[in-house]
Structures are given as C-alpha cells and as structure tokens.
Design a binder for this molecule. Structure first.
Ligand code: HEC
Length: 231
C-alpha cells in the first residue's frame, strides 16, 4: 500500500518492453509490439495523489444498490464482513491496540487507492467488471459507511483526490535502525558463517506432540527413523 508505481518509470518500462518486443519479433519471428490501445488497457493505476483517476462520478446512494447486489454477500450488508472476509468499516482507534482492526476508515491513508483497488480487483472473482461510474459510486458508499462522505455527495476525480482519510498521517517512514548505514557490502563481506543456534536448542519443535501424533523423529545416529519413514 505504501509503494506507488511511478508513471514515468512505468512508461519507460513499457517502452523498453516494446523495443525488446520489436527486436525479438525480428530475431525469432514471434509476437507483435503492443499497441498503445493494448498498453492503455493495462495502464489503469491510480496514484495516491489521484493522478490516473478516470472521468466519471457516483454517489453513496447509487453505490448502496450496487454494493447490496455485488459486494454484501462477502463483506456484509453494513461492511461488517461475512465469515473471514475483510471488514470494511470501523476499527478507528484500534491500530495501536493489541487487536488492531485495519479497515478503509481506520487504516487506508488515501481514498484514491480504495477506488483503484476496487476497480482493479472487485468483486472477487469478477475483477474489472465494474464501470468507472460504478467504482466511484461504490467508493462513495464505502466512504459513507465510514462516515467520511455524505450520502448524496457526488464523488468524481477532483472530489476523491481532495479527501483526507482519517489515518492519512498515521504512516511513518521506516528508518530501518537495524540496517547499517552506507553502501551495502557486495564482496568479501564476511569470512565465514557459524551456526549460533538451532531450532532444537531454542525449543521451537514440540517433540512430544510429534511423537504422540505418531510421526517418528529421525535424529537417531543410525538413521533408523529415516529408513522406517521411507518404507
Ligand atoms: C466473493 C467474495 C467477495 C465479493 C463478492 C467482493 N469481495 Fe471485496 N474482498 C474479498 C476478499 C477475499 C478480499 C481480500 C483480498 C485479498 O486480501 O487479497 C476483499 C477485499 C476487499 C477490499 C479491501 C479491504 C481492505 O481493507 O483490505 C475492498 C475495499 C473490497 N474488497 C471491496 C469490495 C467491493 C466494493 C465489492 C463489490 C463490488 C466486493 N469487494 C466484492 C471478497 C469479496
């Protein structure tokens, strides 16, 4: 969620892939260069700042009906989640507790990426079957049940990019204090490797349980356990 594809990098990669395709097509007589239309079909990412959001719009009111039909069977009528399917509401104030509940309302830092995720992946099993208007309406509905957007407020690219999510400033840069600073060592870094502990010594293997479950442990010197298992 925290790393976004840079559009410039994506275009560059697309160019490299296209050039490589032309070269390969010539060399092996296989494939054809991707057309700009084909590339556009894959290039649907929406950035955190809203760049890439398509034209279109929707309200929570419109989204509610689509949600009931296409989403509620898994996520629950109110976003409460059926079975072990993800919960889409609540959880505010739980992130620093022992039982953090990560939802759109409590965790997601950007609304634009909720749109991106839903349009790209949902409904589960029928990815990319939603129109852009439906994706706006569903995003509006999910923001509404999280008390971030009014029921009749129109959500479009501009309005979506302007939304400040509750957990917008809850993310911190991971400074990796355990990683040494400076250039990473690439050669002659360590003279040797020594084993400083084993799973058995730190007691993470529940031996008694394994024995009662009838799985012979094969640490005997003559390898009898292995032989028995092979049979
Ligand atoms: C068949 C069950 C199913 C249906 C129907 C479904 N989803 Fe999902 N949804 C899932 C599953 C499973 C995940 C988790 C996927 C993962 O983590 O890889 C998920 C994840 C999500 C998430 C991300 C939740 C989070 O905070 O990480 C959102 C948002 C979402 N779905 C919205 C929708 C919307 C909107 C619809 C209707 C268009 C929908 N889903 C329909 C099963 C479903």
């Amino acid at each position: 969620m925290l790393v976004w594809t840079d559009r410039a990098l994506l275009s560059m990669l697309t160019l490299i892939v296209s050039v490589a395709a032309i070269v390969d097509a010539g060399r092996y007589g296989l494939g054809t260069p991707a057309t700009s239309e084909q590339i556009a079909g894959w290039d649907i990412d929406v950035r955190a700042d809203g760049q890439g959001l398509p034209p279109g719009q929707g309200t929570a009111e419109e989204g509610e009906a689509i949600y009931a039909e296409q989403c509620a069977s898994c996520h629950g009528v109110f976003g409460e989640g059926h079975g072990r399917h993800p919960v889409l509401i609540g959880g505010q104030g739980t992130l620093t507790s022992d039982g953090p509940m990560k939802t759109i309302g409590s965790y997601w830092p950007y609304a634009s990426t909720v749109f991106d995720y839903v349009r790209r992946t949902m409904p589960f099993g029928h990815a990319q079957s939603l129109s852009d208007d439906q994706s706006y309406a569903l995003t509006a509905f999910m923001l509404h049940i999280n008390e971030i957007l009014e029921y009749d407020q129109v959500l479009d690219a501009k309005a979506l990019a302007a939304i400040q999510m509750p957990n917008r400033n809850g993310f911190v840069k991971d400074e990796r204090p355990d990683v040494p600073a400076g250039e990473p060592c690439m050669s002659n870094c360590r003279s040797g490797v020594s084993v400083i502990g084993t799973a058995r010594a730190v007691d993470v293997t529940p031996e008694n349980e394994a024995k009662t479950a009838g799985a012979p442990m094969s640490d005997s010197a003559d390898g009898a356990g292995d032989a028995a298992r092979s049979k």
